[in-house]
Design a protein around this ligand. Structure first.
Ligand code: ADP
Ligand code: MG
Ligand code: MG
Length: 897
C-alpha cells in the first residue's frame, strides 16, 4: 500500500525524490540531532496524483490527520486550539531546489479565537496579530488567489496613515485592523470568507502548495534549469517557531562559505524581530551575520557550531535558514548551496585540501558550463574609467546592455535581440521572466542573499545588488546617481565580479582562466581560481577515457585548439577554402563546358588547398587531422539567384548588352536550384557526380602530407566522406581516393597512408553501419545533420518557428540541437557503434557535431563507448573536464553545474 506521508524522523537526504530536497534535508538534520521544529512531509507522489486527477489521492486526508494527531500529542497542544494554539507552516519543496518559485504558507491554525490565545500565552499582543495578518495575507493570495499586491496596498495605506516607516511601526491594534481589512478584501474579490477552521486551512494549504508546482514562476524556472515538468513538489508541514516575538528573536539565512567567490567563513544576513520570509523579501534592511555575534553571542556561536557540523556531514557548502525564538536557535532548512562557477572551483579545491573530499569527488563538484562561464571576457579594469556606482558583487561576470526598468520591457526588448540590463530596487519572483531575458541584474537594495542575488547566481547571470547610491525610479523609467540620470535604453556595463557599474560599453579583456588556457596551461604557478581550475583539469585529464579533438579549419584555430588541449582535429571543413578570392575558380569549375576547362579550374584550386592543409598539418603535427571532403551543395558558391536576375534585368533596361558571364551564371544557378538543399546534391553525392572534385581534394591533401614529411614533420591526415547513405557510395569514393594516394606515393616516393572513413549523419547510415564499416576505417557522428534527419527538422526553419512553443509545452526541456536526444538520435548512435565494431573491432569512432562540446552530451558519448569527441576550440577545455567527470562512477551527466 502506498504511503503519502513521512514523519521527519523517518526520512533522510537520500529521499529527495520522494520528500523533495527541503523535506529530505529537514529529515536528515532531525536524524543528526539538530534543533528542527517537528513535522512531516507529504510526498511528491501525492502531488503527482493530485495534479493528474485534480483531487487528493485516497487516504491522503486520513494519513495527514494521523500525523497531525501525533504531532499534537508530542507538542501537548492542538492545531488552532483557542487557548494555546499549535501553529504550522505548509512548505513546498521539490527534488531540485527552486528557491522562492513555489508557495509556502505560515502560521496556519490562527483564527479570531486562537489569535487571542496566542497573545495571552506569548504575552505579546502585537506578535499574535502580526502572525494572524501574515496568515490571512499568505492564505488570501496563495490559496484563494487574490492578487498579492492588493494586500500590500492596504498595508501601505495604513502605514502612511500611522506615519510608520516599516511594519514595525504598526502596533497590535493596527495589525488587528489590517486582519479585518484583509478579510474584507478576500470576501470582496472571491465572494468567499477566509476559512476560520484550522483543519480546513491546513487541507487547502496543502493542495495550494501542490498547485504552485504549475505556477508561472515555477514553470519558467524549470524550463530555464531543465528540470522536468512531471516531478511534482512535496509538502512539508512543520511546527511554527517565531522570529517575530521581539528583539530577542529574529530570522536569518547563512552560507558556510561565500557562495560568490568560495572564500571560507560564515556568510549571511540576519533580521531581528522578523519571520523568515522577511529576510529575503527585503521589507527591512538586514544586518550582516557577524552582527548577530553582538546581538546574541550565544545563539551565534551555537549557529557556527551547527554550520560546521553540517558542512562536515554534507562535505560541501551548505546554505541554511534559521530562526531564533527568544534566544533559542532553530534550524528551518539546509541544502547543498548553489554557488557561482568561480566558487564551485574554489570550494572543490579547498575541500580536497581540508581532507573532506577526494580529487575525484572534487571533479564531480565542478562542471563544463561553469568552466565555460569562467572563460568569458572580463572588463578591462585599467581602462573602464570612473564607475557610476558600486554595489555588492553578487554574481560574477561582465555584461553590457541597455538599462530597462521592468520585467516586461526586458522581455520585449530581448525578443528583438537587444541586450538589456534589468534595473530594479529589488527583484521579486514576478521579475523572473525579465531576469531570464536580461544580461545582468542591478538592484539598489538587498544583500548577497536577496532574491536577485540568489536567482542570478543560480542562472549564472551577472548581478550587482544593493547599489545603494543609485535611486531607481521605475515609473519614470530611469535611475539617478550623483548628478547623473540614466534613462531607459541607455547602455551601461555591469561588473558582477567587482560590484561596479560603468556608463556605456566598457572595454573587455580575456579572463584569467582564458589566459591560462591560451598559454597552453603552462602558467608557472597558477594562483587562486586559476589554480583551482588547473587542478580540476589535471584530474579530468588523468581519469578520462574519451579523447578530445577540435573542429578547426585554419592553422590559427588548430594552434589554439592544441594550446587548449586538443588531441587532434576531428573535423576540418574544406568549404571555406572555396570562398573569398577562390570563388571565381569555383565558378569557373561549375561553368566549365569542357573537361579541359574544368581541369584548368581544378588545377588552379589545387595549390591553394594544398597550402591550407600544409598549415593545419603543421599546427597539429603528430596528431590526427580528419579532413572532410566538400559537403555543401555547389550553388552555395554561386551568387544569389535573385541578385543575378536583377542585375541582368537592369542591364537590359538600360539598353546595355547583358553580360554573358552573368547570363551563364544565372543559367547554372537555375539549373542547380534546389527546393530543399539540405536533402539535395551535397556531401558524397556531389563527389560522385562532379567529375574531378574528389581527386583534386585528395591530391591536395596527399601533396600536403608529402610536403610535411619532406620537411621532417609527422602529418597524420585522415580523409572523411560526408553524408554517406549506403556502403556503395563510400566504396566508389574510397577506391578513387586510394587510387590518387597510390599515384602520388608513387610519384613522390613517399609512403602514404591516409585512413578513409565516413561521417554517420543519416539514419540509413546508422542503421546499416555494419555494412558501411566494411569500407570505413573510422566513423564520425555528424550529430547536427543526424538530428535534423532523424527528427525531420530543418534546423534553421524550426528553431525560430516553433521551438519556443515546444519548450513551453514541455515536449522537450532542451533543444535536441543543443543536447543529444538520447532516446532517438542517441539510439541510432548506439546501434551504429555496436554494428560497426562487430564488423571492424578497431573501428575508430568519434563525434564532430556541436554536441561534442555540450556537457551532458559528452557524458552520453562516453557511455556509448566512443573514442573521442570533437568540438570548437573554445569548448575543448569544457569537453576535457566533462570527459573526466563522465569517467567517474556515479556521474551520469545530470549535474553539470
Ligand atoms: P522557500 O522554498 O521559498 O525558501 P520556505 O518553505 O523555506 O520557502 O519558507 C519561506 C520562509 O518561511 C522561510 O524563510 C522559512 O524559514 C520560513 N518558515 C518556514 N517554515 C517555518 C516554521 N516552521 N517556522 C518559522 N518559519 C518558517
Ligand atoms: Mg526556504
Ligand atoms: Mg553534415
Amino acid at each position: 500500500m502506498v504511503r503519502y506521508v513521512y514523519e521527519f524522523a523517518e526520512g533522510g537526504r537520500e529521499m529527495a525524490g520522494l520528500l523533495g530536497g527541503k523535506g529530505a534535508n529537514l529529515a536528515e538534520m532531525t536524524r543528526m540531532g539538530l534543533p528542527v521544529p517537528p513535522g512531516f512531509t507529504v510526498t511528491t507522489e501525492a502531488c503527482r496524483a493530485f495534479l493528474a486527477t485534480g483531487s487528493a489521492p485516497d487516504g491522503l486526508d486520513r494519513e495527514i490527520s494521523e500525523h497531525l494527531t501525533a504531532l499534537e500529542e508530542a507538542a501537548g497542544r492542538r492545531l488552532g486550539e483557542p487557548a494555546d494554539p499549535l501553529l504550522l507552516s505548509v512548505r513546498s519543496g521539490a527534488r531540485f531546489s527552486m528557491p522562492g518559485m513555489m508557495e509556502t504558507i505560515l502560521d496556519v491554525g490562527l483564527n479570531d479565537e486562537s489569535v487571542l490565545g496566542l497573545a495571552k500565552v506569548s504575552g505579546n499582543d502585537r506578535f499574535a496579530w502580526d502572525s494572524y495578518r501574515r496568515l490571512v495575507q499568505m492564505f488570501g493570495s496563495t490559496v484563494m488567489g487574490v492578487d498579492g499586491a492588493l494586500f500590500e496596498d492596504v498595508m501601505a495605506r495604513l502605514k502612511e496613515r500611522r506615519g510608520a516607516a516599516d511594519d514595525l511601526g504598526l502596533d497590535a491594534a493596527d495589525l488587528a485592523e489590517l486582519v479585518e481589512a484583509y478579510k474584507e478584501l478576500i470576501r470582496d474579490r472571491t465572494g468567499e470568507y477566509f476559512p476560520l477552521s484550522p483543519a480546513e486551512q491546513l487541507r487547502r494549504a496543502v493542495l495550494a502548495v501542490f498547485d504552485s508546482w504549475n505556477g508561472e514562476r515555477a514553470r519558467i524556472y524549470r524550463r530555464r534549469e531543465h528540470i522536468p515538468d512531471d516531478l511534482g513538489t512535496a509538502v512539508t508541514v512543520q511546527t511554527m517557531v517565531f522570529g517575530n516575538l521581539g528583539a530577542d528573536s529574529g530570522s536569518g539565512v547563512a552560507f558556510t562559505r561565500d557562495p560568490a567567490t568560495g572564500r571560507p567563513g560564515l556568510y549571511g544576513d540576519y533580521l531581528p524581530n522578523a519571520q523568515g520570509e522577511d529576510v529575503v523579501a527585503g521589507i527591512r534592511n538586514t544586518v550582516p551575520l557577524d552582527e548577530l555575534g553582538r546581538i546574541d553571542p550565544e545563539s551565534f556561536s551555537r549557529l557556527r557550531d551547527l554550520m560546521r557540523t553540517l558542512e562536515t556531514h554534507y562535505r560541501d557548502l551548505c546554505d541554511i535558514e534559521f530562526t531564533i525564538e527568544r534566544g533559542t536557535l532553530w534550524m528551518l532548512q539546509t541544502r547543498v548551496g548553489k554557488r557561482t562557477a568561480e566558487a564551485a572551483f574554489a570550494i572543490a579545491g579547498q575541500l580536497v585540501e581540508e581532507g573532506l573530499i577526494s580529487e575525484d569527488e572534487a571533479l564531480t563538484r565542478v562542471g563544463g558550463s561553469g568552466l565555460a562561464r569562467l572563460m568569458f571576457p572580463r572588463f578591462d579594469t585599467s581602462a573602464v574609467g570612473e564607475a557610476l556606482a558600486h554595489g555588492i558583487p553578487a554574481s560574477p561576470g561582465a555584461a553590457v546592455g541597455a538599462a530597462v526598468f521592468d520585467s516586461a520591457e526586458a522581455v520585449r526588448r530581448a525578443a528583438t535581440g537587444e541586450k538589456v540590463v534589468l534595473v530594479r530596487q529589488e527583484t521579486t519572483p514576478d521579475d523572473l521572466p525579465g531576469m531570464v531575458a536580461a544580461q545582468a541584474v542591478l538592484t539598489s537594495r538587498g544583500g548577497k542573499t536577496s532574491h536577485a542575488a540568489v536567482v542570478a547566481r543560480g542562472m549564472g547571470k551577472v548581478c550587482v545588488c544593493g547599489a545603494e547610491e543609485i535611486a531607481v525610479d521605475p515609473h519614470g523609467r530611469r535611475f539617478t546617481v550623483g548628478g547623473t540620470t540614466v534613462e531607459e535604453g541607455t547602455v551601461i556595463s555591469v561588473d558582477g565580479s567587482e560590484g561596479a557599474v560603468y556608463p556605456g560599453a566598457a572595454p573587455l579583456v580575456d579572463s584569467a582562466v582564458m589566459r591560462y588556457f591560451e598559454t597552453g596551461g603552462q602558467d608557472e604557478e597558477p594562483k587562486g581560481l586559476v589554480a583551482a581550475v588547473a587542478r580540476a583539469m589535471r584530474q579530468a585529464d588523468g581519469v578520462r577515457r574519451l579523447g578530445v579533438r577540435a573542429n578547426a579549419d585554419t592553422p590559427e584555430d588548430a594552434a589554439r585548439a592544441r594550446r587548449f588541449g586538443a588531441e587532434g582535429i576531428g573535423l576540418c571543413r574544406t568549404e571555406h577554402m572555396f570562398l573569398g578570392d577562390r570563388r571565381q575558380l569555383v565558378e569557373a569549375m561549375i561553368l566549365a563546358g569542357t573537361d579541359a576547362a574544368r581541369e584548368q579550374a581544378l588545377d588552379a584550386l589545387l595549390p591553394l588547398q594544398r597550402q591550407d592543409f600544409v598549415g593545419i598539418l603543421e599546427a597539429m603535427d603528430g596528431l590526427p587531422v580528419t579532413i572532410r571532403l566538400l559537403d555543401p551543395p555547389l550553388h552555395e558558391f554561386l551568387p544569389d539567384r535573385t541578385e543575378l536576375a536583377v542585375r541582368l534585368a537592369a542591364a537590359e533596361a538600360q539598353g546595355s548588352p547583358p553580360s554573358t558571364h552573368d547570363a551563364e551564371l544565372l543559367d547554372a544557378v537555375n539549373r542547380m536550384h534546389e527546393e530543399n538543399p539540405m536533402l539535395g546534391l551535397r556531401g558524397v553525392r556531389l563527389g560522385l557526380v562532379a567529375p574531378g572534385l574528389v581527386a583534386m581534394q585528395v591530391r591536395a591533401i596527399a601533396e600536403a602530407v608529402v610536403e610535411r614529411k619532406r620537411a621532417g614533420g609527422d602529418p597524420q591526415a585522415e580523409i572523411m566522406v560526408p553524408l554517406v547513405d549506403t556502403v556503395e557510395e563510400l566504396r566508389i569514393v574510397r577506391e578513387e581516393v586510394e587510387q590518387v594516394l597510390a599515384e602520388i606515393a608513387d610519384r613522390s616516393g613517399v609512403a602514404l597512408s591516409c585512413p578513409v572513413g565516413t561521417m554517420i549523419e543519416l539514419p540509413r547510415a546508422a542503421l546499416t553501419a555494419g555494412r558501411i564499416a566494411e569500407e570505413a576505417r573510422f566513423f564520425s557522428f555528424g550529430t547536427n545533420d543526424l538530428t535534423q534527419t532523424t527528427w525531420g527538422f530543418s534546423r534553421d526553419d524550426v528553431e525560430a518557428a516553433f521551438f519556443s512553443a515546444y519548450l513551453d509545452k514541455g515536449i522537450f526541456t532542451v533543444s535536441p540541437f543543443e543536447t543529444i536526444d538520447r532516446e532517438g538520435v542517441g539510439r541510432l548512435v548506439e546501434i551504429a557503434v555496436a554494428e560497426g565494431r562487430a564488423v571492424r573491432p578497431d573501428l575508430k569512432i568519434g563525434v564532430c557535431g556541436e554536441h561534442g562540446g555540450d556537457p551532458e552530451s559528452v557524458h552520453f558519448f562516453h557511455a556509448a563507448g566512443l573514442d573521442y569527441v570533437s568540438c570548437s576550440p573554445f569548448r575543448v577545455p569544457v569537453a576535457r573536464l566533462e570527459a573526466g567527470r563522465a569517467a567517474l562512477p556515479g556521474t551520469n551527466g545530470g549535474d553539470t553545474r
